[in-house]
Design a protein around this ligand. Structure first.
Ligand code: PEP
Ligand code: MG
Length: 893
């Protein structure tokens, strides 16, 4: 757009673009200027589909309107007048004519579709005289007055922002007067009465007469469409959908066709394929003798399109031809709106159809088979995150739509869970063991809760963030979790939750949608996932293109196997501490912690060793021939101790010591912010015997596997390193333990074990060259790196993150999608400094970001060798990695 001397934006050169038989001006212009609807109307016109002619006012005009303090730019209405003159000539009707008036629909249409967010006005141009004329011209007064009353109603709602109920009350009175219950049974005189009643309502509430000048109506309607761009709900929708950088909405003014002209007319919406299953079958609904909003508003129940041949065979056939034409042109599944006026079909809209993950995969693979698109396009077309829906149980759409939403939290771990409320891990275990399905509700979980979490059908927390303990653990298992649902207040003692003035207790059932973060009342019906052949096919295509390798974060043989089935190429992070929580081991780690000297600690560790060795053997077997990165113990020790008096007493009894001793040690170890305390490699510095036990278990497991012919490829990873000296020291200890174990086991042959570190402290990234001297590989722990770079604690970020997102201080949760601008610099620096020291240094990422498509985009650019994510996200990562390699932009991921 040109700039004037004073620096203000000048009016756009051309503001209005025509589409019709006479000419189609907008062809080839993009959605940013004409909006999605405008571009597609022009395109449909140019490929010969029956589109009622009209024109599009550009998004630049909307931008200009706001810049000028909500004023239409000078010259706009002149250009509109000139364009309407072309239309009048093409159609042989006049706008504002008293005899056979040309009428318009006025619709919004931004570059990105925002369904239902902005306004539509139909039948614009009618006034008292024109309605009379229309009644005569069509010989259908009922139709004419029906059209007029709809205009007054929509104009009141949309332009004057009147309350819809004011019109409804007036309609009810007319229905009473004519003793009918259905809108459609009101006779012509009744509708005429209704128009008078509506005009009176309009005047009463706006203080003005309903405007009789059609051009005035049009001008106000254009302004109302621009105004709808910035309503709260539209702004909120763009925030939620992360839609940014648009100029505004375009306005589409289109000559009206009427679906309400009698029983040979109708209107409908359809998808060219089934948007739920992807089946290549025309899918839609229509209503006989109705206008567009009747279908959407659900006033009358529409008929499935499959039943259309009973009503009009020809139109049904024509629609199927339109489907072919559209799909051949767009090479995509379309979502269309159509109207039939006295037996003639018109197309009002087409756009790319929204679909489920299952449908996305099927449509992409089918379209390759049909020769419409190639494999690369198919790989690019399926949104990687949508694969989640193919991997987890989900709620049936109809059941979900009918459900009562109690609160919304963060969609921490996808899936669907239904169960009764339980307030402690202990309670979950007991009730689950008795066969009950329960949801664990906590402010935030801690490692102590894992057994309960595992036994729960789903997890709900009120303060945690996307990488809080609950979220990370739940995702790892593919267990549904909604975190940080702050509206819910939890009273553990009274065993109830309160939200919006309502309370729920242990006998109440709730349903959690971990994909949307919704918490719903009662039992919502679920469906099991099916892993179709198309899905595998798409994954095979994706694997041909990606550069990044994909590993998994897994701690058990079962998870490892599942991840391998999903295509994982190794384990990028095995968190050894998760193995400690099972009931047969927790006592040993606890007595290790309670020990007062090294000897006692070693005794306790010795008891743990066989468990660890067995776990590792199982994992090596499951991942045979693939690398397995095992991280040495990371969390602060107090996490393994019980914190409440009852559990402390039980523990003391089991260990044969006094409860006071347990309490004292728990207090001594307690830290204000444990995630910055005595954890990670710091534990190994203080207690080298823990490192020794773990390394010994790994080496013994590898040797045992080798004896059985299982190729194990362990990689030992040292967490939370901040200085080269830490790694230098611990590496020596790891090497010494490896040698000692080999000797003890009399192992002669080769046993290659890489020793590397996590880069998760900013200082490690800043000094990565020094650290690389002692590392065979780097794995970026971006959970901790994000926490430490932002200074937000992972465990309580849920308390303020929603405000940050709502106020746009952050666009996305940085624990969910890697902050490329800040944290990303540290990753890039870590890789480049590390590789200055060791050119071929293997680098990966094992923070939660490893399964996030936008973060994977970043990782590819930063030159990482692999990403590692929870088993259920492996297919997502494979697809995202292929999409980056094929050039998909990060904003489209
Ligand atoms: C990390 O910090 O990114 C990481 C993978 O380790 P954890 O989440 O176990 O701290
Ligand atoms: Mg970490």
């Amino acid at each position: 757009m040109a700039k004037t001397a004073r620096g203000q934006a000048a009016k756009p050169a051309k503001m209005v673009y025509y589409f019709g038989k006479t000419k189609t001006e907008g062809k080839g212009l993009g959605k940013p200027l004409l909006g999605g609807k405008g571009v597609n109307l022009a395109e449909m016109t140019s490929i010969g589909l029956p589109v009622p002619p009209g024109f599009t006012i550009t998004t630049e005009v909307c931008d200009q309107y706001y810049k000028a303090g909500k004023k239409l730019p000078a010259g706009l209405m002149d250009e509109v007048h000139q364009t309407i003159a072309i239309l009048e000539k093409e159609l042989g009707k006049k706008f504002g004519d008293d005899e056979n008036p040309l009428l318009f629909s006025v619709r919004s249409g931004a570059a990105v579709s925002m369904p239902g967010m902005m306004n539509t006005i139909l039948n614009l141009g009618l006034n008292d005289a024109a309605t009379e004329g229309l009644a005569n011209a069509t010989k259908n007064p009922r139709f004419a007055y029906d059209a007029y009353r709809r205009l007054i109603n929509m104009f009141g709602d949309v332009v004057m922002e009147m309350d819809h109920h004011q019109f409804e009350t007036a309609f009810d009175k007319i229905k009473q007067k004519y003793k009918v219950t259905e809108d459609t049974d009101v006779p012509a005189e009744g509708l005429k009465d209704l128009c008078d009643a509506y005009k009176a309502v309009f005047k009463k509430h706006t203080g003005q007469e309903f405007p009789q000048d059609p051009y005035r109506q049009l001008e106000l309607a254009i302004e109302a469409v621009f105004g709808s761009w910035n309503t709260n709900r539209a702004v909120r929708y763009r925030q939620i959908e992360n839609i940014r950088g648009l100029l505004g909405t375009a306005v589409n003014v289109q000559s009206m066709v009427y679906g309400n002209m009698g029983d040979d007319s109708g209107t409908g919406v359809a998808f060219t394929r089934n948007p739920n299953t992807g089946e290549n079958k025309f899918f839609g609904e229509f209503l006989i003798n109705a206008q567009g909003e009747d279908v959407v508003a659900g006033i009358r129940t529409p008929l499935p399109v499959a039943e259309m041949p009973k009503w009009n065979k020809e139109i049904h056939k024509e629609l199927l031809e339109v489907k072919e034409t559209l799909e051949t042109h767009y090479k995509e599944m379309q979502d269309i709106e159509f109207t039939i006026e006295r037996g003639k079909l018109f197309m009002l809209q087409t756009r790319t159809g929204k679909r489920t993950g299952v449908a996305a995969v099927k449509i992409a693979v089918d379209m390759v088979k049909e020769g419409l698109i190639d494999e690369k396009t198919a790989v690019l077309r399926v949104p990687a995150n949508d694969l989640t829906q193919l991997l987890l149980p989900s709620f049936k759409t109809t059941a979900r739509n009918a459900a009562d939403v109690l609160a919304r939290g963060l969609p921490a771990s996808p899936g669907a869970a239904v169960g009764k409320l339980a307030f402690t891990a202990e309670e979950v275990k007991e009730r689950a063991a008795a066969g009950e399905k329960v949801i664990l509700v906590r402010r935030e979980t801690s490692p102590e809760d894992v057994e309960g979490m595992h036994a729960a059908a789903g997890i709900l927390t009120s303060t945690g963030g996307m990488t809080s303990h609950a979220a990370v653990v739940a995702r790892g298992w593919g267990k549904c979790c909604v975190a940080g649902a702050g509206e819910i207040s939890i009273n553990e003692k009274a065993k109830k939750i309160t939200v919006g003035g309502k309370s729920f207790g242990v006998k109440d059932t709730i349903s959690l949608d971990g994909t949307t973060g919704e918490v719903m009342v009662g039992e919502v019906e679920t469906q099991e996932p099916t892993l179709a052949g198309d899905f595998r096919k798409l994954m095979e295509w994706a694997d041909q293109y990606r550069r990044l390798r994909v590993r998994t974060n897994a701690d058990t043989p079962a998870d490892s196997k599942r991840a391998r089935d999903f295509g994982a190429e190794g384990i990028g992070l095995c968190r050894t501490e998760h193995m400690f929580f099972e009931s047969d081991r927790i006592m040993h780690i606890r007595s290790m912690i309670l020990a007062n000297n090294e000897d006692d600690r070693r005794k306790a560790l010795k008891k743990l060793l066989p468990f660890q060795r067995k776990d590792f053997e199982g994992i090596f077997k499951a991942m045979q021939g693939l690398p397995v990165t095992i991280r040495l113990l990371d969390p602060p020790l107090h996490e393994f101790l019980p914190h409440d008096a009852k559990a402390q007493k039980e523990m003391a009894e089991e260990l044969g010591i006094k409860p006071a001793e347990v309490k004292a040690r728990a207090e001594q170890l307690h830290e204000q912010n444990p995630m910055l305390g005595h954890r990670g490699c710091r534990l190994s510095v203080t207690y080298p015997e823990i490192l020794e036990m773990q390394v010994r278990a790994i080496v013994e497991a590898a040797i045992n596997c080798a004896k059985k012919g299982t190729a194990a490829e362990p990689e030992i990873m040292i967490p939370l390193v901040g200085t080269a000296a830490e790694l230098e020291l611990l590496r020596k200890q790891v090497e010494a333990t490896i040698e000692q174990t080999k000797k003890d086991k009399k192992h002669e042959g080769d046993l290659p074990i890489l020793i590397g570190t996590m880069i998760e402290i900013p200082r490690a990234a800043l000094t990565a060259d020094q650290i690389a001297e002692h590392a065979d590989f780097f794995s970026f722990g971006t959970n901790d790196l994000t926490q430490l770079t932002f200074g937000y604690s992972r465990d309580d970020v849920g308390t303020f993150l929603p405000d940050y997102l709502a106020q746009d201080i952050l666009h996305v949760d940085p624990f969910q999608s890697l902050d490329a601008t800040g944290v990303g610099q540290l990753v890039e620096m870590g890789v480049s400094k590390g590789r200055t020291e060791k050119q071929k240094l293997k680098c990966g990422i094992c923070g939660e970001h490893g399964g996030d498509p936008a973060s994977i985009h970043f990782c590819d650019g930063a030159g990482l060798d692999y990403v590692s994510c929870s088993p259920f996200r492996v297919p997502i990562a494979r697809l995202a990695a292929a999409q980056v390699a094929l050039g998909k932009k990060v904003s489209d991921m």
